[in-house]
Design a protein around this ligand. Structure first.
Ligand SMILES: Cc1ncc(COP(=O)(O)O)c(C=O)c1O
Length: 401
């Protein structure tokens, strides 16, 4: 028997991770990789943050067990994540109308969300922002969803086009699923303002849509609670939605695969019922989550001093990104690069969209060894005092000629 391959043509490499392979093979000394969504410090290193090191030291001392975790993860972790997402005194916490499961990263949460919804009879249509993170369409299409898109950015690419976004969502069929990025929109760095979140909540209620909030960057934009401003629009009494959390970025735990899926239901009975179905989705997928990364996050969130340390660590990453944003905008303006750069200064999260054509992106890579994704999405954290002049000069060159 032969493998059931449709043809012998290899599949295209992952649009983002594939670029890193090309970057590694590039021998030009001036090369700069701004393509991957991983935080790096000034020396280009993705650090293990001090709060994580301390939590790991404590875990090692405790010498726990490597026995399986429950299907939905450790209870203390699940509660700590719920409180982190909503704040411990939120109505959703007090009413007990949510259920959280520990998952392998934010990607695991998204895939479990997709399986859970299809398995429990949801609409098979999901609406994604255009543009969005390239793994979103892949995850939901592979799970069996039909994909639709809603326009997200205006012509300038610097602001949310709320009229077109909400107009399109207003045409969705009741029951359809809509994926919303909670903060630090990937790839644009452009987030809805509070009015747009409120109006989104209205459309969700009117059209009876089911939101999935992809919350992969809590605290990476302006702060832990500031980045939860989507909740003012969506976390309304009675409204049901899902939240996919990732701790890859805000705890810098990328390869530990730590995340969570929270289902918010109309009441605690429906939440308990949802959890029972979530467990089936998980059990038939990876059975139960990996423990180590979740134990690190759980240890930090349970200890007052470690939690303070983590918030300092997180602020350090966030402030460096904001500093890089300012330095980038200042340099683009000082170099007279044509374009509307000022809004990038106050965008949220690790990414900025320069708004380049495919040809300009290819020239950046081929002629200048500057690696960026899609329409010129850059990882702002990858900028350093040393590489910024080369990046800005290269962007100027491809835009001007
Ligand atoms: C928008 C968005 N969602 C989810 C994820 C998933 O993160 P992870 O699976 O690494 O936790 C990412 C990672 O880049 C992302 O950018």
């Amino acid at each position: 028997m032969a493998l059931p391959l449709r043809s012998l043509t290899p599949a295209a490499p992952d649009p983002i991770l594939g670029l890193t392979e090309a970057f590694k093979a590039d021998s030009r000394p001036e090369k700069v990789n701004l393509s991957v969504g991983v935080y790096v410090d000034d020396s280009g290193v993705t650090p293990v943050i001090p709060s994580v090191l301390e939590a790991e030291r404590r875990l090692l001392e405790k010498a726990g067990s490597k026995g399986y975790l429950p299907i939905d993860g450790r209870p203390a972790y699940r509660e700590a994540v719920r409180d982190l997402v909503f704040g411990a005194d939120h109505e959703i916490v007090a009413s007990g109308r949510s259920a959280t499961a520990q998952t392998p990263g934010g990607t695991g949460a998204l895939r479990v969300a997709a399986d859970f919804l299809l398995q429990t009879g949801s609409s098979k249509t999901i609406w994604l922002s255009e543009p969005t993170w390239p793994n979103h369409p892949q995850i939901f299409a592979m799970a069996g969803f039909a994909l639709r898109t809603y326009p997200y950015l205006d012509e300038s690419g610097r602001r949310v086009d709320s009229d077109r976004m909400l107009g399109t969502l207003g045409s969705a069929t009741p029951g359809d699923v809509v994926l919303l990025q909670g903060s630090c929109h990937n790839p644009s760095g452009v987030d809805p303002d509070p009015e747009t979140w409120a109006a989104t909540g209205e459309v969700v209620v009117e059209r009876e849509l089911l939101p999935i909030v992809d919350f992969a960057y809590q605290g990476f934009g302006f702060g832990l609670r500031e980045d939860a401003d989507w909740q003012a629009g969506l976390a309304r009494p009675g409204l049901e939605f899902l939240v996919c959390s990732s701790f890859s970025k805000n705890f810098a735990l990328y390869n530990e695969r730590v995340g969570a899926l929270t289902v918010v239901a109309a009441d605690s009975g429906r939440a308990a019922s949802a959890l029972s179905h979530l467990k089936i989705a998980i059990r038939s997928n990876y059975s139960n989550p990996p423990a180590h990364g979740g134990d690190i996050v759980g240890t930090i969130l349970a200890d007052a001093a470690l939690r303070v340390q983590w918030e300092v660590d997180l602020a350090g990453m966030r402030n460096r990104i904001l500093g890089n944003r300012a330095a980038l905008v200042d340099s683009l303006l000082a170099a007279g690069v044509p374009g509307d750069w000022e809004p990038i200064r106050r965008q949220r999260g690790m990414f900025a969209l320069l708004g380049l054509s495919a040809g300009q992106v290819a020239r950046l890579r081929d002629e200048f060894a500057v690696y960026v994704v899609g329409r010129g999405r850059i990882n702002v954290a990858g900028l350093t005092a040393a590489n910024l002049p080369h990046v800005v000069a290269s962007v100027k060159a491809v835009i001007e000629s």
